[in-house]
Design a protein around this ligand. Structure first.
Ligand SMILES: [Zn+2]
Length: 682
């Protein structure tokens, strides 16, 4: 479970006001930063800019078999994986490492995961105890203790409780309850009836059956259990909010005391459950989906204990199948990767174990990673670039013709208050107490889960720790947090093609510059704008301005709704609106910042035959180069708040005027949009 609601994206940069050393660096940095061979110049940019900018790369780099999508992000992640593997190998060669040190933990965690002979030999034994606990429940009063125990093993059946900032008092951490408990990716998989989804449901029942057979059940019993699990989860799905409903922070803000929660959802002893997971402060609980909790409590009340046991056992099996012996791993891969995402080949074990080490020991790995691989000067350059983007957005807000003065004042205050984090956190989470054993892979993952969960629960009722990060430094991504009002750029994103110290300004502004603008304008997208400068849900817009904003963004909803992928499927313009606003804002703001830099330093001559405007847009488009499997694309259209890479490019650039001037795009070209139908929010 992710304990922070992170907003996906990515970032990198170049500096405008330079120290003498930087000037020198820039003198020799006249490289274009664009690989011409990655383009397909046979295609008219006005017909398909994604293909024009990326066609050469797409052709020369077919998707590796073990990927569900493959592009700039995955390539950097792959590079990270190799770097981290190198780190692990160096550590493994050390003669002595101290118990509890990052070196010991990383080495033993990885090696335990790689030792398949022990894992095969152990078979199901690492999960026998918890399965027995589940099976031994005598009455429904026993559910609470087992439920809590599962949470500390990283399983969250039914719903999840965790600590995060209070949306209306962002200085404090409160308990949050969220819907959950589904084995399929989203509620729609249980409710919709089209052919693809019906088939996935059928495959899901098959999958559950096969997993229960692997535990020793006979086929008939296993199939019966599988049908019970599907029936139980279908009921949970019926109470669940849709993806779209969950994007409305006001709808998911429902503060209740324990008494109120208990009265609204009789049938489950929430008070005992909260106590069992270690929460004593229960005056303020944000029940994000109140109807769901009422439904869950009723469901527990009305379901046979035997069926609840089956559902809990399934949760343990499902969450741990990928960590058990080969038969479980294979079956788990088949359903979640092949059936759901269209990937036929598993990644080699070392790659999976590097990901697992990274996922479980994020901070210990991150600390060594940045010492080895993050150049300190990247941080300075990035901060300067963010400063330039901030100035550009400030001017843009001042010049908006649709926003009134009083809203502008508040918007400027919010912009000025955005905190910037670059590279890695100032302090690291101390993992010393986490026991990592070279022979117990699965138990190690549980120890890490218990540590993180307890740490999170302990924050409830306390002031928020502003030093904490929601992503590790080795993550190729970036985010904006509305409660913190901060933008965060982990070390791993600060490398080419996002950030290239040797490349010309146009390319860095088109790549990391747009990423920074993207994250910054998240503070003002359809969700972000609902939060004020202190990170509180608080209406700071005048009613007229809020209406005008909605009108402006409606164009984007319609544009993306009309964007076709895979023959007849469309992007969901409502679901992806926040991200599309951010892409739109990023493209405009970074361009303004680039022009400010040119005003100071002069506009460069074309490089490699490409003008600054051309390189700016190509650099942006090349970030989103990507192969994606049809099944993965279909999943993401339904579950992902981001538009697919080609839509981010093709639908992104058509709203900028420079696309038309730089590439001579005219009426009659496939992607031509008349000026009055183009969207510009910021
Ligand atoms: Zn985003």
């Amino acid at each position: 479970m992710k304990i922070r609601n992170l907003i996906f994206f990515a970032a990198a940069s170049l500096v405008v006001s330079c120290s003498p050393t930087e000037e020198k660096l820039m003198e020799k940095s006249k490289a274009s930063g664009i690989e011409i061979s990655n383009m397909n110049t046979e295609v008219k940019p006005g017909n398909d800019f994604f293909e024009y900018a990326n066609g050469g790369w797409l052709k020369a780099n077919p998707m590796p078999e073990e990927y569900s999508r493959y592009g700039a992000f995955e390539i950097l992640a792959k590079k990270n994986q190799a770097q981290i593997k190198g780190m692990v190998e160096e550590i493994s060669a050390m003669e002595e490492v101290k118990k509890g040190s990052p070196e010991q933990q990383i080495r033993d965690f990885y090696n335990a995961g790689m030792d398949t002979s022990i894992i095969e030999e152990l078979g199901m034994s690492p999960i026998q105890e918890i399965l027995a606990d589940i099976n031994n429940m005598a009455t429904k009063d026993d559910i609470v203790a087992i439920h809590a125990k599962m949470n500390f093993n990283g399983s969250y059946p039914l719903f999840a409780v965790f600590g995060s900032q209070d949306d209306k008092n962002s200085a404090n951490v409160i308990a949050q309850m969220i819907q959950g408990g589904l084995g399929l990716p989203d509620r729609d998989y249980y409710i919709k009836d089209d052919e693809r989804i019906s088939n996935i449901r059928k495959e899901y029942v098959d999958h559950i059956t096969k997993i229960f057979v692997l535990t020793g059940d006979d086929e008939t019993i296993a199939a019966e259990k599988a049908n019970n699990v599907l029936a139980f989860e279908t009921k949970l799905a019926a109470f669940s909010m849709t993806m779209l409903e969950r994007r409305n922070p006001n709808a998911t803000y429902n503060i209740k005391s324990m008494d109120e929660l208990q009265n609204s959802a009789p049938g489950y002893n929430f008070e005992a459950y909260f106590k069992a997971i270690g929460i004593s402060n229960t005056d303020v609980i944000n029940v994000r989906q109140p109807k769901f909790m009422t439904g869950v409590a009723e469901l527990i009340n009305s379901t046979d204990l035997e069926n609840i046991k089956t559902y809990f056992a399934w949760n343990i099996l499902n969450d741990n199948a990928g960590k058990l012996n080969k038969a479980f791993v294979k079956q788990n891969f088949y359903f979640y990767s092949t059936v759901l995402s269209g990937v036929d080949k598993m990644k080699p074990r070392w790659k999976r174990m590097i990901s697992s080490t990274n996922g479980n020991l994020g901070d210990p790995v991150g600390k060594i990673y940045v010492e080895k691989f993050f150049p300190a000067e990247s941080k300075e350059r990035m901060l300067a670039l963010v400063g330039n983007l901030r100035i550009a957005l400030k001017e843009s807000i001042d010049n908006l013709d649709w926003m009134g003065d009083s809203t502008k004042v508040k918007a400027q205050e919010k912009l000025a208050a955005i905190t910037v984090k670059v590279g890695y956190p100032n302090k690291w989470i101390d993992y010393t107490s986490v026991d990592i054993d070279p022979n117990k892979y699965l138990q190690n993952t549980w120890n890490c889960a218990a540590f993180s969960y307890k740490r999170n629960i302990d924050e409830i009722g306390k002031p928020v720790d502003r030093e904490e990060w929601g992503m590790t430094p080795q993550t190729v991504n970036a985010y904006y947090s509305p409660n913190m009002n901060e933008i965060v750029f982990p070390a791993a994103i600060l490398q080419p093609p996002f950030f290239d110290a040797n490349a010309d300004d146009a390319v860095n502004y088109g790549a990391i510059g747009v990423v920074i603008g993207h994250e910054m304008t998240h503070g003002f997208d359809d969700q972000g704008r609902l939060y004020d400068k202190d990170g509180n849900l608080n209406e700071w817009w005048t009613e007229t301005d809020a209406i005008k904003f909605k009108e402006k963004t409606k164009i984007l909803v319609e544009q993306y709704n009309a964007y076709t992928v895979l023959d007849s499927l469309h992007v969901d313009g409502e679901l992806t609106l926040g991200e599309n606003i951010a892409d739109n804002g990023g493209l405009f703001i970074a361009y303004d910042a680039l022009q400010m830099s040119y005003a100071k330093n002069g506009t460069p001559e074309p490089i490699d035959g490409l003008t600054s405007d051309q390189r700016y847009l190509i650099a942006y488009a090349q970030l989103w180069r990507q192969h994606i499997r049809p099944k993965t694309l279909m999943r993401r259209l339904q579950e992902d708040v981001h538009s697919p890479g080609d839509a981010r490019v093709n639908q992104g650039v058509v709203n900028t005027p420079w696309f038309y001037t730089a590439f001579d795009v005219k009426e009659g070209d496939d992607r031509y949009v008349a000026p009055e139908n183009r969207a510009q929010i910021w």
